[in-house]
Design a protein around this ligand. Sequence first.
Ligand SMILES: [Zn+2]
Length: 483
Amino acid sequence: MERKFLFIIGWCLSFTISAQTTTNVLQKSISALGNWETVNDFEYATNRINIDKWQGYDFDHALPEKDSFHLFVDLKDSRFLHHTQNHYPGGYVFDTYRLGRDSTYYVYDGIGSRTGKDLLNLGSSSFDKRKNSLLNNFPYFILKQLLQEIKNESVLTEGKDLIVLKKNPNGTEEYRFDTITFLLKKITRIQGQDTIVQRFEDYTPTDGLMIAKKSSLERNGNIIYSDSLSLFKYNQNFASLVFDFPPGYKSTSESTPVLSAKMIAKDVYLIENVDGDRNIMFINMGNYIVLTEAPISSATTKSILDVIHTTLPDIPIKYVHLSHFHNDHIAGIAEVVKEGATIICAENMKQPVISMLQNSDSSLYKNGKVNFEVFNNKKVLENDHKKLEFIEIPNSHAKGMSFLYLPQEKMIYQGDLLSLPADSYTTPAIAVTKEFSDFLRQKKITFTKIIGHHGLPVISKETFNEIVKMKKKDPLFKNTFEH
Ligand SMILES: [Zn+2]
């Protein structure tokens, strides 16, 4: 407490009030960025370094992934195309196009490995939101917006920085400018528990505009991404085909179906379309239920629990199996633990699950509500009529990954070892899928069906073999309208 008080005093003393006003500084900063008023369209690309410990291979040693960010903006006709390539361990590439045109926002997958040949129409309500969030990568658009919102008052200075503060109902925003160049250096946004820092560095003149060659985003001191500029061009009068719809894609719209459970084998149930593209399995063992995964968030997991309790009232969920530690598979775990379920997972992923529980509901630990049954290699749950095997698999996607095998049903349930798009479009197997195929063969695990957590729910053995044998097409993943 005392230290915090001294810190506050120190903080106050280090500032002085400048003779300049906020309007003044923002206008100078905008003009320091060059002639953005003359920009009708621009193309911007970066090489992006992404660090996300909740999506890495090893929770304790998150490694950076090399991604790319490519943006076309037509300010005159209000159109944009945003193309990102994100890499995840095990050979996953998410090749995502976000297209805005005719005041409508569309999303599609360039290589088809995740959402197949769907052109997802997200309607007009998300168009402006997406466009603004893309423009918020650029100091010019950030400052133009700020100028409209902020009161004209005195500016603070600290060292070589001019500081503009903005208070809003959810927290505060601090904008730091260089006292000499007036260029925007850093934005700190305090939102509830989180401190988000956006930086712009290494400005260079590009045909009359100042562009930051380096930019980055941090949350609570951890780097989320850092970008290095690879291309900036403006007023090119894009060929209209930049914003064309991709050929061969089928228009779809987002639907939020009412979740329900269907029986896919005796006492084995599947809930499809959870949060769009996820499938959850649960098994009735007679006097208790075993659930697989606790995806996305408390709310999503709660919606799954509701379906289970309506389908099998009065039978408690005794166990929940978590396939691997990635947050999209375990973020709702606190909800299942609150119902008294014991967590089954490989010992190698226990620590991240504990971290997730502490982040979501720290009282669970204090009340001694958390129970684990961790295993190495294999664990079996068996009664008179059902046998479940949890099998750990060495793999390149996530440390401590395991899958569920039902030997009587010859069925496997797995998360992220094999994922196919819901429209059944096939692309060659990635590294982790080949590792899965090799493992099943080596261990002589016989199966006829594989249930996927993502996308297509039921995958036959034949389809699995087909994609494992499939060769990559050449030229790889080339899109017709990229240049
Ligand atoms: Zn994963």
